[in-house]
Design a binder for this molecule. Structure first.
Ligand code: MLT
Length: 359
């Protein structure tokens, strides 16, 4: 089992500004309790051992849930817990998969589906909103356009007398760790555990796509991964991510030519343009048409390659591809439910009883 030595107690000593200015790795170490992950905020919190443990746990949960008796058993595990899903940005898959993951484990979930529906609309601060949620729940699952509020909520709760876990379900354009988790879980299933050595082409809005950053970090747990980043020149990799790759000696190239990279990729990870982060409608001026996958591209792809998309899609992924055996995005979204259930079960220390379950 992956272990970390720092406990939550260290966090109580640091004021927010000081905490916030720490490096990602230093911060991540604070979100452990009894040597195990307590808050899930950044994809860099996952190491390979933890990933493989969660894949096993997720496979077992989906197996147990196939029968009524199995599902009844799962639903008793955490029936004493409540969760709040606070989603200030739109969501279909992440919201539904977390909500259903809670149901599978017997957790009662309530939700706020936009900041307009919370007292934030009346001028309440985001800190007061999350503090209020803290009073009503045992788990906060949060998606917010403010890239820091999930982290700040975890920092606030961990200083309180009643720390409760926080799961980041998407923090502005910065991170989406559980999307990366379901992406690598899908690759684990598609390649039967053999992810090492694969070449992944990440295509689209690399600048503002939070799934790009989170998946890059998560895949760097694997050996000899090579990244090909393909984007319009206006939407290239953010500098910090480029520096991360250089620092960790991870092989990567950048290109604006999708067609040339198709043959080289084992995995194609297509993404939509993230125009909700536009400042002045700048996306309208970008020609995104060359950064999509069409039926005529299929003949250039490797036979055993895998096509992923975090979804929702627009024009960048043709629905004519949906029935090709390499299209894994619909499986990818259902995998999200099971791996998120595994993550929640793990955080609430239910893994052992699940893995020991005999039908
Ligand atoms: C996200 O929440 O980041 C999505 O799953 C991907 C997207 O919105 O394009």
């Amino acid at each position: 089992m992956p272990a970390k030595n720092l406990s939550l107690s260290g966090i109580t000593k640091l004021p927010w500004d000081e905490f916030y200015s720490l490096s990602l790795n230093a911060k991540a170490d604070f979100f452990y309790k009894d040597s195990l992950m307590f808050d899930c905020l950044y994809s860099s919190q996952f190491n390979r051992k933890l990933l493989e443990y969660l894949y096993k746990l997720s496979d077992k949960i989906r197996f147990i849930a196939q029968t009524k008796s199995g599902l009844d058993w799962l639903q008793k595990l955490l029936s004493h817990k409540r969760a709040v899903l606070y989603f200030s940005q739109p969501s279909t898959r992440t919201y539904l998969s977390f909500n259903n993951a809670c149901q599978v484990l017997g957790i009662q979930a309530s939700d706020i589906r936009s900041s307009g529906a919370s007292s934030e609309a009346k001028g309440e601060s985001q800190e007061d909103t999350v503090e209020t949620i803290h009073s009503y729940t045992d788990l906060l699952i949060i998606r917010h356009s403010n890239e820091n509020i999930a982290e700040k909520a975890a920092w606030m709760f961990n200083r309180s007398d009643n720390p409760i876990p926080v799961i980041n379900a998407g923090s502005g354009p910065l991170e989406h760790p559980t999307q990366a988790l379901l992406d690598v879980y899908t690759l684990h299933r598609a390649f039967k555990g053999r992810i090492d050595g694969k070449t992944i082409a990440m295509i689209g809005d690399l600048k503002r796509g939070r799934t790009i950053r989170s998946l890059t970090h998560m895949l760097s747990n694997y050996k000899n991964i090579k990244f090909i980043y393909i984007s319009p020149s206006e939407l290239t990799l953010p500098d910090d991510l480029r520096q991360y790759l250089v620092k960790h000696k991870i092989k990567f190239e950048e290109s604006n030519n999708l067609e040339r990279s198709l043959k080289k990729a084992d995995i194609l990870y297509i993404t939509r343009i993230q125009d909700e982060y536009d400042k002045k409608n700048e996306s309208k001026k970008i020609d995104y048409s060359k950064f999509g996958l069409k039926k005529e591209h299929l003949k250039h792809l490797k036979k055993n390659s895998i096509i992923l998309h975090p979804l929702p899609r627009r024009g960048e992924l043709s629905s004519e591809i949906d029935h090709d055996s390499r299209a894994w995005y619909w499986k990818q979204e259902i995998n999200g439910l099971w791996i998120r259930a595994a993550l929640i079960a793990f955080i609430f220390k239910q893994s052992k009883s699940i893995l020991n379950y005999k039908s």
